[in-house]
Structures are given as structure tokens and as C-alpha cells.
Design a protein. Structure first.
Lengths: 593, 228
């Protein structure tokens, strides 16, 4: 069982006056220790970076679709970025690097972990707040300077980092190779600082889930979103220090004359890649596991049916958490590492497809024989499943190491990673934001504009990223500023133009989401406590929930997916209701089955 | 446009085409079937089980039988793909894979050019008749060539799409990469690893000659080098 009676009374006492909130504005909204406010702060920060990262993608797509043509508005940029409006290779490489860096570290990761880890964990497990609220506040206020420092790269001499988001040494270590000095240093410093933020967040989540579950909330009554966020927090805690360590070594190479990655003085460039990807592949699962978990919650709700195979879903999350540590070498098949390792990593990489497939089949099992409501979050969650399938299957091509020889570092991998990170993570984020928005802000988002945004995004997203598979199969290298330099790529230029125009439409569509998000905050319809008729504990609270969350500690009687149970006249039973409405089930239902 | 959006691989010109392309088509078939099954099932379920008034979803929590079936089928399929792929990997990248009769050349990458060192008429690298040419890779047809690949500065990546070969060139490392062209003609060599501002134009021309043409070309180059 989760917590003992004494534990519970301990935190009830602290937050006995949950509804009386007399904190001054600055403590309530700026330097708040309330996990809900911190979650919303992360949401605003990471959506801002999502917009910035998207803007940089538009710069790249302009240059790739129309190389040599002046970028609209390009003349407004400094002459180190554009020449008469035409994007310079310096700016292109910066855009490539910062697009990836912003999206991975300052948009998708904080959206999943920072926003929903913070917002959902205490609410869903029945806790008043995180285990360490002040450390939680420090975690957010450490992420902000990290983001500002990363942005500052654009305003210093030499521009921002330009060695790719993977920062391969020695390119990233020697400013004579890129012409960027301060920008590369800022990149390292920013990620070291951001790492502190992630570490503070992750041990907080782990402690909270282990120690602060409400009575009755045993491990097998946890929502899959919480399971996923818990395993993700473990991955963050173990993986981020590796990145921080590597970034510190790189920073030393850049600034104080060490040569960890410089072969001219006995260093080893592949060391960077091993360290980076030893962090980087668990990172890939950090970016998808919470998306899987939240999509599971939303799909069960939309289908009005218990999640199919709860136990195997949990085991799949855990096994991804373990297997994710043994596959980093597939990023390095062509790097010159010992080819025998290539075979090992090929097998481990192919095996990690198994838990992903299990999850997909279980989602299908969940909607099978359901009674499906297509609310906006459900639409996004279903798009998540169908796009993640494409991203997962395209991964098999690269896992097979001999074929990877051909498609490594081509647009095939660009297509694959965007099917996982946009088609997967971002659709799940849209699902989660639209699902929990009423709880966060006390107002509903406009469902009509939500649908318009969903369908346009789905169409333009596929128009943008699907043809990249074909570009890759044709041999189109990634990260090249001007593909028309190559005769064999000139014939593919119409495809590049089609992708660029689709990308512009995709980008424009996102302003519908932004407008809906902002306007609903002020003008949206007032949200009821439980707009989606969900079983989770957060939906038993007012929207938005008060500081301290639960006036009395809830008791949990069953798992979170009891939809359409024959024990109730309604098609859902909240987790904290002792006896389901109507039918005479005197005994609490055991979790799962 | 529809021709450009083909699932076929472009024509190749080395023996690796035979080793690699069928793996692609195999995976394309397997993943294509999986894709169609999953997406069709998804769409059928969404239509068939859409919300209707007065109906309740079926109250079931899963099926161990279904879990065992789809877990084991997926595991068997991916392991088979791995087993079928391993020989080609060992042949192309394995340290024992380089044919003993391969013609040795040296390739040194630097920002943003490919410098190729040829063994000269004696066929041996490291002798006085070696000569180095920038931005041109000349090789004989139907005979394996093995390049000792390295880099002077950043990491570059040697990529000849028509030969289906790619190998990073890493400073401080000398990596052997081999290939055997099968068709006389001109091809393109590109850099596939971001290496700096000129990464996008780090291009070279690959010329595959008949053996006689190649010998003639080597003789003429060696002669002009000797003249200098």
C-alpha cells in the first residue's frame, strides 16, 4: 500500500487550510512553490521555445525550398545572418543547431516532463504538492536562465552554436572550425545549468510518487501517465548527469585548453559521441514515454473503456526504461567504432521495437469495442498513435545496420525523428494540453477551433514530413545548406519546395492553437470539475484546484480506467468513490481486473 | 512529382547494391504490411465503435493470449530481420571483410575538400610514385578499392550514394572503407556529416574507369607529378 496513516496525517496537517490562500502575488504566481503554478510556468516557457524553434525551422525550409532567394523579412536581420536578405550558411547552421536544441531541450522535454510531471503527479496520486516544493520552484527558476543563455548566443559575436544539436567534437570544441566561439560556450553552459533544473525536478518526482500516494493508491492503481512520468524521471536522473559531464569536458576543451576530444593532443572525438548518445538515447525515451502515458489516459477516456492490458503497458514502459540504455551505438554505426559492436547494437535496437509494438497493439485493443467520443484531446491522442506507428516502423530501416549505411545522416532519419517527436510527442502534447487545459485554467478551449487546428495540423504535418522519406531514399544528406550543389539532388528540388510550402502552412496553423490557448484563458466557457467524465483524482477537484489541492486526503478504491463498468449506471467510476453509483458493489474493486 | 516520390531506391553502381537493397525491400514489405494492418484496424475500429446513444463499451481489461501472440510475433520478426542483416554488415564494415586484392588508396578529408592519394603505377601506397589529387576519386571498375580514410580537422563522412557506402572520416583515426564499382561512369561523392560552413559544398566527382583507362590515367598523372 502507498502511505501509512501517519504519513497522511502529517501532510494533511501542513495543508489543513487548503482553501485559504493569502499569499502575496509574487509568491502565488512568480516565485510559487505550488506544483500547479510551476507546471503552468513551464508550459508558457516551453510553448515560447516551441514557437522559436518552429520559426528557425521556417528559415531552414525557406533556404532548402528556395536556395538563393531572399528570405521574406530577411533584410531586417543583421548582415552576419543574411546577405541582401539571402540566408548565409552561418545563419543556416545556427538555425539547424538551435532548432534541434530548442525543440529537444527547451520545448518537448519541458512540455512533457516539466509541465505534466509537475502538474499531474501530485493531483493524480492524491498529494497536496511535490515532496520538495522549494526545490521544485528552484527547478523552474534554473531553467529560465538556461533558456536565456541559450538565446543569448544569437546576440554575441560569431552568432549562436552551429555544430548541430549533437555538437560533435572536434567541430564544437574548436572555434577555428566553425567561426563560433562564445555561442558554443553558451551552448555548453546553458545545458549544464538546464541539467541542474532537470535533476532537481526528477528526484522530486521520484520521491513524490514513492512516498506521497494517497491511501489505496497502490502501484497498480497508478494511471499510466504517472507510471510513464515516474520511469522518465528515473531516466532523467541517470542520463542528464552524463550529458552535464560531457558538456563540462567540452567546455574545458573550448576554454581552458584541455584536449579531451582533440586527437592532435591525444584526445578522442568518438568519446564525445559515446557520452552524448549514452545520454541521448535514454533522452529519446524521455521524450516519448510521458507522451505514451498521457495518450493512454486520454484514449481510455475517449473510448469509455478500461485500458487494454494495463499490466503489459506498465511492463512495456519499464522495459523501454531498461532497454533504452543499451542502444546508443545505433547512432554511431558509421562513426568508425568497432564494427562488431554494430551487430550488437543492431540486435538491441531491433528488440526495443517489441515494447513499442506492445503499446500500439494495446491502444488498438482499448478502442476495440469501445464507445468512442471524438473530443479534441482524443483526436490528438489517436493521431499520436497512428503517427507513432509510422515513426516506429521507419526506425526498423535504420536499426538494420547494413541499410543504415545508405540512409544514415540523410532525410530518412529527419523524417523518422519528426514522426516520433512531432507525430508522436507533439500530438500527445496537443492532446494533453487540450485535455488538462480546463483543469489548469478553469476554462474550456474552443472545440470548433480545436478541431480545425487538429485536422489542418494532421494534413500539413504529413505533407511536410512524409516526403522526407523519399528524399532520404534518394540519398539527400541532412544539414546541407544548398542541395542544388549536387546534380543528383537537383532533380529532387520540386519535392523540397513542396515540403517547404507544407511546412509554412503547418507553421501558420499553429497560430490557431496559440489564439485558442490565449483567448480561452480569458474568454473561454467556465470549465466544470470533470468535463471529460474522467476517473482521475484531479477531476474530483474544482477547476482550477486550490493551493494544497485536496481539502481532505482522498482514499483510492480502484484503478483509473474503470469505464463502462457493469457495477455502475454511469460509464465511469472516479477512483475515490467507495461504492459505484446504483449497483450494490459493497467491496472496492481490485485494481486492473 | 509522383515519380520523385517513389519507394524504389535509385540505381546503384557497386556490388553493395546487391547486398543492401534487398534488405530495404524486405523491411519495406514487412513494415508496409504492419503499417496497413494497424492503420486499417485503427480506422475500422474508430468508425465501428464510434459513440452511439444508449450503448456502453465492452467492459474488458485485456487478454493474456493476445499479449503473448503480438509480443512473440513482433519479437520473432525483428530478430529475423537482424539475423538476415548481419552478414551484409560484416561483409561491408567488418574488419575481415576487405578483399585481399583490393587496390589501396588514401582519402584525407578536410574542410571542405576530399584529397585522394593514389598508389601510382606500382600499386603500392607509401612509395615515391604516389600522387594526391583534390576533389576527384578515380577507381577501376569490377575491382575492389580500399580507402584508408582520415580527416585533418572536423569529422566528415564519405558518402557515395550510388555505391551505397558511407563512412565517417574521423581525425586521429584511420578507417578502412572498401567498395567495388560495377559500372563505368561518373558519380558524386558528398559529405554526410555536418563539418562547418562549407559542409554543403564538400563535393567530389567519382569516376569509374575500365581497368585500361584507369591504368592510362594513372600513368599520365604519375608522369605529370614526376615532371613537377
Amino acid at each position: 500500500m502507498a502511505t501509512t496513516a501517519t504519513d497522511t496525517s502529517a501532510y494533511t496537517h501542513d495543508h489543513g487550510n487548503a482553501h485559504v490562500d493569502d499569499r502575496p502575488f509574487i509568491r502565488k504566481y512568480i516565485f510559487s512553490t505550488d506544483h500547479k503554478i510551476i507546471g503552468i510556468q513551464f508550459l508558457i516557457m516551453s510553448l515560447t521555445f516551441l514557437l522559436l524553434g518552429g520559426t528557425l525551422a521556417m528559415v531552414m525550409r525557406w533556404q532548402l525550398g528556395f536556395p538563393g532567394k531572399p528570405l521574406p523579412g530577411g533584410t531586417l536581420l543583421p548582415e552576419t545572418y543574411t546577405n541582401n536578405g539571402v540566408v548565409l550558411p552561418e545563419f543556416y547552421n545556427s538555425a539547424v543547431t538551435m532548432h534541434g536544441t530548442f525543440m529537444v531541450f527547451f520545448a518537448i522535454m519541458p512540455l512533457l516532463v516539466g509541465v505534466f510531471g509537475n502538474y499531474l503527479i501530485p493531483l493524480k496520486i492524491g498529494a497536496p504538492d511535490m515532496a520538495f516544493p522549494r526545490i521544485n520552484m528552484a527547478s523552474f527558476w534554473t531553467a529560465v536562465p538556461a533558456g536565456l543563455l541559450m538565446l543569448a548566443g544569437f546576440f554575441v559575436e560569431g552568432g549562436s552554436a552551429a555544430a548541430g544539436w549533437t555538437s560533435y567534437a572536434p567541430l564544437s570544441a574548436r572555434s577555428d572550425l566553425t567561426g563560433v566561439h562564445l555561442g558554443q560556450i553558451f551552448w555548453c553552459l546553458s545545458l549544464i545549468i538546464l541539467g541542474l533544473s532537470s535533476i532537481m525536478g526528477s528526484f522530486n518526482y521520484i520521491t513524490t510518487v514513492i512516498n506521497m500516494r494517497a491511501p489505496g493508491m497502490n502501484w497498480f492503481r497508478l494511471p499510466l501517465s504517472i507510471w510513464a512520468l515516474f520511469v522518465t524521471a528515473c531516466l532523467v536522473l541517470l542520463a542528464i548527469p552524463v550529458l552535464s559531464g560531457a558538456a563540462i569536458l567540452l567546455l574545458f576543451d573550448q576554454t581552458i585548453g584541455t584536449h579531451f576530444f582533440d586527437p592532435q593532443a591525444g584526445g578522442q572525438p568518438l568519446l564525445w559521441q559515446h557520452l552524448f548518445w549514452f545520454f541521448g538515447h535514454p533522452e529519446v525515451y524521455i521524450l516519448i514515454l510521458p507522451a505514451m502515458g498521457m495518450a493512454s489516459d486520454i484514449i481510455a477516456n475517449g473510448a469509455r473503456k478500461p485500458i487494454f492490458g494495463y499490466t503489459s503497458m506498465v511492463l512495456a514502459i519499464i522495459s523501454i526504461g531498461f532497454l533504452g540504455w543499451g542502444v546508443w551505438g545505433h547512432h554511431m554505426f558509421q562513426s568508425g567504432m568497432n564494427p562488431t559492436l554494430g551487430t550488437t547494437f543492431m540486435i538491441s535496437t531491433l528488440l526495443i521495437a517489441v515494447p513499442s509494438a506492445i503499446k500500439t497493439f494495446n491502444w488498438l485493443g482499448t478502442i476495440w469495442q469501445g464507445n468512442i467520443t471524438f473530443h479534441v484531446p482524443m483526436l490528438h491522442a489517436l493521431a499520436f498513435v497512428s503517427m507513432f506507428v509510422i515513426g516506429g516502423l521507419s526506425g526498423v530501416f535504420m536499426a538494420a545496420s547494413p541499410f543504415d549505411i545508405y540512409i544514415h545522416d540523410t532525410y530518412f532519419i529527419v523524417a523518422h525523428l519528426h514522426y516520433v517527436l512531432f507525430g508522436g510527442s507533439l500530438f500527445a502534447i496537443f492532446a494533453a494540453v487540450t485535455y488538462w487545459y480546463p483543469k489548469m485554467f478553469g476554462r474550456m478551449m474552443n472545440p470548433f477551433w480545436g478541431r480545425v487546428h487538429f485536422w489542418l495540423t494532421l494534413v500539413f504535418y504529413n505533407f511536410t514530413f512524409f516526403p522526407m522519406h523519399q528524399l532520404g531514399l534518394h540519398g539527400h544528406m541532412r544539414r546541407i545548406y544548398d542541395p542544388t550543389q549536387y546534380a543528383f539532388l537537383r532533380e529532387m528540388q520540386p519535392v523540397n519546395q513542396f515540403i517547404s510550402i507544407s511546412a509554412f502552412c503547418l507553421f501558420a496553423t499553429q497560430f490557431l492553437f496559440a489564439a485558442n490557448f490565449i483567448l480561452s484563458w480569458f474568454k473561454g466557457e467556465k470549465a466544470p470539475n470533470n468535463p471529460w467524465l474522467d476517473n482521475g483524482l484531479e477531476w474530483t477537484l474544482p477547476s482550477p484546484p486550490p493551493h494544497g489541492n485536496f481539502a481532505t486526503v482522498p482514499t483510492v478504491y480502484r484503478g483509473p480506467y474503470e469505464y463502462s463498468s457493469p457495477h455502475s449506471d454511469l460509464d465511469y467510476i472516479p477512483q475515490n468513490v467507495p461504492t459505484p453509483g446504483g449497483a450494490g458493489a459493497a467491496h472496492p474493486q481490485p485494481a486492473g481486473d | 512529382m509522383d515519380k520523385l516520390l517513389s519507394w524504389m531506391l535509385p540505381p546503384g553502381a557497386s556490388t553493395f547494391v546487391g547486398d543492401i537493397d534487398w534488405i530495404y525491400y524486405l523491411i519495406l514489405a514487412v513494415t508496409g504490411i504492419a503499417f496497413v494492418l494497424v492503420e486499417v484496424a485503427l480506422i475500422v475500429f474508430l468508425i465501428r465503435y464510434r459513440k452511439r446513444p444508449g450503448r456502453k463499451a465492452t467492459y474488458i481489461h485485456g487478454s493474456n493470449r493476445a499479449e503473448i501472440i503480438w509480443t512473440s510475433v513482433t519479437a520473432v520478426v525483428v530478430v529475423i530481420i537482424g539475423i538476415l542483416s548481419a552478414p551484409a554488415w560484416n561483409k561491408i564494415k567488418g574488419r575481415e571483410g576487405v578483399p585481399p586484392n583490393a587496390m589501396p588508396i588514401g582519402i584525407e578529408a578536410k574542410q571542405f575538400e576530399w584529397n585522394v592519394t593514389y598508389p601510382g603505377p606500382d600499386g603500392k601506397l607509401g612509395t615515391a610514385d604516389d600522387f594526391t589529387i583534390r576533389g576527384q576519386l578515380h577507381v577501376p571498375v569490377d575491382r575492389p578499392t580500399v580507402a584508408m580514410l582520415t580527416s585533418q580537422d572536423a569529422i566528415h563522412s564519405f558518402f557515395v550514394p550510388s555505391f551505397r557506402i558511407k563512412q565517417d572520416a574521423v581525425p586521429g583515426m584511420h578507417i578502412r572503407v572498401w567498395f567495388q564499382p560495377t559500372k563505368v561512369g561518373e558519380y558524386e561523392l558528398g559529405c554526410a556529416e555536418l563539418c562547418g560552413l562549407g559542409h554543403y559544398r564538400m563535393r567530389a566527382v567519382v569516376t569509374v574507369h575500365t581497368q585500361q583507362d584507369y591504368d592510362r590515367w594513372v600513368a599520365s598523372q604519375a608522369h605529370s607529378v614526376a615532371q613537377r
